[in-house]
Design a protein around this ligand. Structure first.
Ligand code: FES
Ligand SMILES: [Fe+2]
Length: 345
């Protein structure tokens, strides 16, 4: 598959990578091994020893955590990918004994991998997701769902939240978003925002029960900002009709997808809210969110992919509805970015 190269991909939650441990994860068809240097810096190397191609992730950290030792014949590689120890023969290090180091950085509690040449890595292209990091732990629910679908289906899913009225009816959907007219805004060549506003509808159950009064008409807002290749910041809120937003309830969420291989996607979600901040509330809300994402969205995404098979998405001539405007704009932008890289290659 052709992936966008000059862009940052989420590689995981920063705390998935514990000090002193090796994390194996395939991104963009590339097997990678992640670990932290003794100073805490996270690094990513090609997870394949250049000797007989053993996975370094099956090896051990050594030299105080500064290097990884291959499990097969003991070559050691430091965080730059250079071989720093050869236990064989004279101990001389063959010139070719090096593994590729990928550009990795940490921002807003996430690991970000640059998929292009290191020289072009531009940290200003990382979207600002600091909003979720400011939420207290008792108002935060995060999860990771490996999903057997193309990563772009996940963007379609979040950029068209009318699906909540059907797939999540009774929990996250109330029908309001399907009746609302979406506004789509271009946010530059790498980003699209879609906004739904509604007034007079009752809030979805998950919000209604948190409002000052239940069952009343509300003003609701839902806004998703997609940034290439597949990172989405979603803000959803509801307030009693006519009241300022600050008197209502709101959530700020991330939906992040990175291709693992063709047809397989790493999916991370990070949901925060400005209400019901307590361990008890978190424990009550968690199953609602986990059910929606893991028992409704994920099976639907995987079922769609099974129906699509290996066909190219547009070749199937998908029917376009009014609600697709944001998702289609995002796909077109991503296609254009990938095509531009191909043309410049
Ligand atoms: S395969 Fe790694 S040292 Fe031989
Ligand atoms: Fe959903």
């Amino acid at each position: 598959m052709t992936y966008l190269r000059n862009v940052w991909y989420v590689a995981g939650f920063a705390d998935e990578l514990a000090p002193g441990q090796l994390l194996a994860r395939t991104l963009l068809d590339e097997p990678l091994v992640f670990f932290r240097q003794p100073d805490g810096h996270a690094v990513a190397l090609h997870d394949r020893c250049p000797h007989r191609f053993a996975p370094l992730s099956a090896g051990t950290l050594c030299d105080g955590g500064a290097a990884v030792q291959c499990p097969y014949h003991g070559l050691r590689f430091d965080g730059t990918g250079a071989c720093v120890h050869n236990p064989h023969g004279s101990g001389a290090i063959p010139k070719a004994a090096a593994v590729k180091r990928w550009t990795l950085t940490e921002r807003d509690g996430l690991l970000w991998l640059w998929a292009g040449d290191a020289a072009g890595a531009d940290e200003s292209l990382i979207p600002d997701f600091s909003a979720v990091t400011r939420a207290p732990a008792d108002a935060t629910i995060r999860g990771y769902l490996p999903t057997a679908c193309d990563y772009r289906l996940l963007a379609d899913n979040i950029m068209d939240l009318t699906h909540a009225d059907f797939l999540h009816a009774g929990s996250l959907g109330s029908g309001a978003i399907t009746r609302a007219k979406a506004q789509v805004d271009d946010m530059g060549e790498r980003s699209v925002r879609i906004t739904w506003l509604s007034s007079g509808d009752r809030a979805p159950a998950a919000f209604d029960e948190q409002l000052r009064e239940q069952g009343r008409p509300t003003d609701q807002w839902t806004e998703v900002t997609w940034t290439a290749p597949c990172a989405m910041l979603l803000r959803v809120g509801a307030t009693l009709q006519g009241e300022p937003r600050e008197r209502g309830v709101a959530t700020t969420n991330l939906h992040l997808a990175t291709p693992e291989t063709t047809g397989r996607t790493h999916y991370w979600y990070w949901s925060t809210r400005d209400f019901a901040v307590s361990p008890h509330a978190n424990a009550a809300i968690r199953p609602v969110i986990e059910f929606a994402f893991s028992q409704q969205d994920k099976p639907m995404l995987e079922a769609q992919q099974r129906r699509i098979g290996l066909a190219e998405f547009w070749s199937l001539k998908p029917v376009l509805l009014a609600s697709d405007a944001g998702a289609v704009r995002a796909r077109r932008k991503l296609d254009a970015l990938i095509a531009a890289e191909g043309a410049n290659a």
